[in-house]
Design a protein around this ligand. Structure first.
Ligand SMILES: Nc1nc2c(c(=O)[nH]1)N[C@H]1C(S)=C(S)[C@@H](COP(=O)(O)O)O[C@H]1N2
Ligand SMILES: [Mo]
Length: 375
């Protein structure tokens, strides 16, 4: 390197240092902002699983915006601590976890952006969106462990106006970056992505999929033996005037009673729009007669997997026996499955055998959907 090159390099360094000083919040503010942003991302990410109608679209853009802001915070942090990682002498017993945390954070952010830009590299049955969720959840114990070793009381922060403005500016930059990724996605042909981030099944799965051309998925481990239509009955119980036990012939002997177009949108990141046939739950409830205390209707699978809907919403749902004019295949939930338009896939209970009218919701259903099938 000659003298003028060296002068040039140090001038560039000077510019970087000055720019950093202008935009970078103080170190402890960065550290705390990272912890808060990770918590916000985990919470908004999980909450987004419950959103299936465009009124919930804000959760997805909020999650993206905070994620991109987090990327900037992580960049500041990594730049600041780079020497502590590259010099072996500076390592202590918390450094390996910190390095792992940095890798997982970057991977979680990277898979999120990659997915939004239309990317998907499936690993066995996992889409890149599943991987993103897994990495995000892995961050929870890692951040807690990191805080254990490197905790600074937030009282040591003195949140001056400048620091607050810098964090605010980063959020604005995150919003701009989010708009840019959205536009980039449109240019890359991502118009078919739903507001939930889900893509048409055809974009994700090129293998033959069972009946109706969309994949068979179960949330975690639910995998019953095929249910015999002739032996199956659907029971209607709870706050009803008259309990019902309906056979398949009684329910759909003459073919489906109603048809409903609805989008099945799985939290693994795919959706499929289908015409479903079956019985309107409202008609079932009317035949049984509903008590005025009724607030929820709970749908339970032969496996115990279950979900409840507020009674008014449940009335408009379908207990589907058919899709695209054909009887449901086993994988898609034969003899009957719940079709709840505007709800996410995991709430569309398959292999339904019982409908219960209840006064209360069912908080345990959250746990049951995760553990059903492990026995
Ligand atoms: N009983 C039961 N119903 C279930 C599930 C399950 O694991 N068990 N998985 C849910 C999930 S996560 C989705 S996305 C849809 C998938 O429906 P499909 O297999 O017909 O595509 O079913 C839902 N219904
Ligand atoms: Mo799903």
């Amino acid at each position: 390197m000659n003298g003028s090159e060296r002068g040039h390099t140090s001038r560039v360094r000077g510019v970087v240092a000055r720019t950093l000083r202008r935009v970078e919040p103080p170190p402890r503010v960065v550290d705390w902002a990272i912890a808060v942003a990770v918590a916000v991302e985990v919470a908004s990410g999980l909450y987004s699983f419950t959103q299936g109608t465009p009124s919930g679209a804000w959760v997805f853009w909020f999650h993206s915006t905070v994620g991109l802001t987090l990327a900037a915070l992580v960049a500041f942090k990594l730049y600041r601590v780079r020497r502590r990682v590259t010099s072996a002498a500076a390592w202590d017993r918390f450094t390996p976890i910190s390095v792992l945390q940095a890798i997982v954070t970057l991977a979680a952010l990277g898979t999120g952006v990659f997915w939004v830009l239309g990317g998907n590299v499936p690993i066995f049955a996992w889409t890149t969106l599943n991987l993103h969720v897994g990495l995000g959840l892995l961050l929870v114990p890692l951040v807690l462990w990191h805080l254990r070793g490197r905790y600074h009381s937030p009282r040591a922060l003195d949140p001056d106006r400048r620091a607050a403005l810098k964090v605010g500016a980063l959020l604005v930059a995150g919003t701009v970056a989010w708009r840019v990724t959205e536009s980039a996605d449109t240019v890359l042909g991502g118009a078919s992505r739903r507001f939930t981030g889900s893509k048409p099944t055809g974009d994700l799965y090129d293998t033959e999929t069972e009946g109706g051309g969309f994949p068979v998925t179960s949330w975690v481990a639910d995998d019953p033996d095929p249910v015999d239509r002739a032996a199956w009955t659907l029971s209607v119980r709870g706050l009803v005037d008259e309990e019902l036990d309906l056979s398949y012939a009684g329910l759909a002997g003459d073919g489906p009673d109603r048809e409903l177009d609805a989008t099945l949108d799985c939290t693994s990141g795919w959706y499929t729009h289908q015409r479903w046939g079956g019985v309107r739950v409202g008609d079932l409830l009317d035949s049984a007669g509903v008590d005025e205390r009724a607030r929820y209707v709970r749908f339970t699978s032969v496996t115990g997997y279950r979900w409840s809907l507020p009674v008014e919403e449940a009335r408009d749902a379908l207990l589907a026996t058919h899709v695209r004019g054909d009887r449901l295949s086993h994988g898609h939930g034969a003899p009957a499955r719940l079709v709840a338009a505007g709800r996410r896939g995991f709430q569309w209970v398959k292999w339904v055998e019982s409908v219960e009218v209840r006064e209360r919701g069912d908080p345990m259903q959250w746990l049951v959907t995760l553990v059903s099938g492990f026995d």
